[in-house]
Design a protein around this ligand. Structure first.
Ligand SMILES: NC(=O)c1ccc[n+]([C@@H]2O[C@H](COP(=O)([O-])OP(=O)(O)OC[C@H]3O[C@@H](n4cnc5c(N)ncnc54)[C@H](OP(=O)(O)O)[C@@H]3O)[C@@H](O)[C@H]2O)c1
Length: 294
């Protein structure tokens, strides 16, 4: 039995699609199961609730071999630790009491870098990994750079102004990965009963690109000029506050971006295993272009 948390998330729903063909029984924890598509609902067991709730995880983890763990963004959290580490505590108790064998978790790049201790949401994600590891369960932390899919949040300025914005220097080359590749990596690990121990698996995408490089690719794929505009970190944080994010989470997002600007995502050596296939150009053609032109 494989348990999937956050089954309606961008990554979780693609993990489920990958697993359904396998014949392995799956169980989801969902706050509102009606948000799952009918073809999924008819093939999975459902535990209704949040995976931060001890009752939900205790029920869901009974006889589970593997768990896919994804902490949802919490824009109103009082601290980044509350959002990631406290959210994960009930699950860690249930992992131990229910004897879960393997966990595959969504985490982030940066462990061991000089900036990892002040990297906001990433620092908290790494602390979450430590908490899961402390249960003794066999664990693979999937460690990611920023997702290509984040750019979808800027589909409107890309469409209307031919611009997208961020606080990171336009010429800093960074890895970026597509959520479809994260989901494929997670599903492969969830279906494989033969690994044990505790480690990380990076998902780096096929190449390092700067935001200026991405603007060039977007211009070519969308057939219109697109430009990246760097903005001050203070303006980046102020935008999150305007959007009703808590002070702590807005600061956490800003600290994370500042750490990425200082090399947080550049320390993981590339290998054939962590170089995943979806290129930024392919992602723009298949995901961004339809989103911009609808
Ligand atoms: N974006 C990046 O560049 C990046 C990079 C590295 C790591 N990450 C990590 O990736 C994760 C986000 O993944 P994603 O983008 O696939 O997520 P997502 O699409 O934002 O989905 C989050 C899901 O969580 C559910 N949810 C929200 N609040 C909840 C709660 N209190 N209890 C239970 N479920 C709740 C929501 O579903 P319902 O409303 O249907 O319940 C939603 O579908 C985060 O842990 C983040 O730190 C992100």
């Amino acid at each position: 039995m494989i348990v999937i948390t956050s089954p309606t998330s961008m990554i979780g729903r693609q993990v489920l699609e990958n697993l359904l063909g396998s014949g392995e029984p799956a169980r989801v924890i969902a706050r509102d199961p009606s948000r799952l598509p009918p073809h999924i609902l008819e093939r999975v067991e459902v535990v209704q609730g949040s995976h931060s709730d001890p009752n939900a995880v205790n029920q869901a983890f009974a006889d589970a071999d593997s768990v896919f763990w994804l902490v949802p963004p919490d824009p109103h959290a009082e601290s980044v630790e509350a959002a990631y580490v406290d959210f994960t505590r009930p699950a860690c108790d249930a992992i131990k009491s229910r004897g879960v064998q393997r966990v595959v978790g969504i985490s982030a790049l940066g462990r061991g870098t000089a900036v990892a201790s002040n990297a906001g949401l990433v620092t908290a994600s790494l602390a979450m990994d430590d908490l899961i590891t402390s249960t003794g369960v066999s664990y693979r932390a999937l460690t990611m750079p920023s997702f290509m899919d984040n750019i979808l949040r800027q589909a409107e300025p890309i469409k209307n102004q031919g611009m997208f914005f961020g606080p990171i220097a336009g010429d800093r080359k960074l890895p970026a990965c597509a959520t479809r590749d994260i989901a494929a990596t997670a599903a492969k690990l969830l279906l494989d009963p033969d690994w044990s121990g505790q480690d990380h698996v990076a998902v780096l995408g096929p190449e390092d690109l700067s935001f200026n490089d991405m603007a060039q690719v977007m211009s070519e794929v969308l057939g219109k000029p697109v430009r990246y505009q760097q903005i001050p970190f203070e303006a980046y944080k102020a935008r999150f506050i305007e959007l009703d994010m808590s002070e702590a989470m807005a600061q956490g997002m800003t600290d994370m971006a500042a750490a990425k600007n200082e090399g947080l995502d550049n320390a993981e050596p590339r290998s054939p295993e962590n170089t995943t296939p979806t290129s930024f150009r392919q992602w723009c053609e298949e995901v961004l272009k339809p989103a911009v032109f609808t």
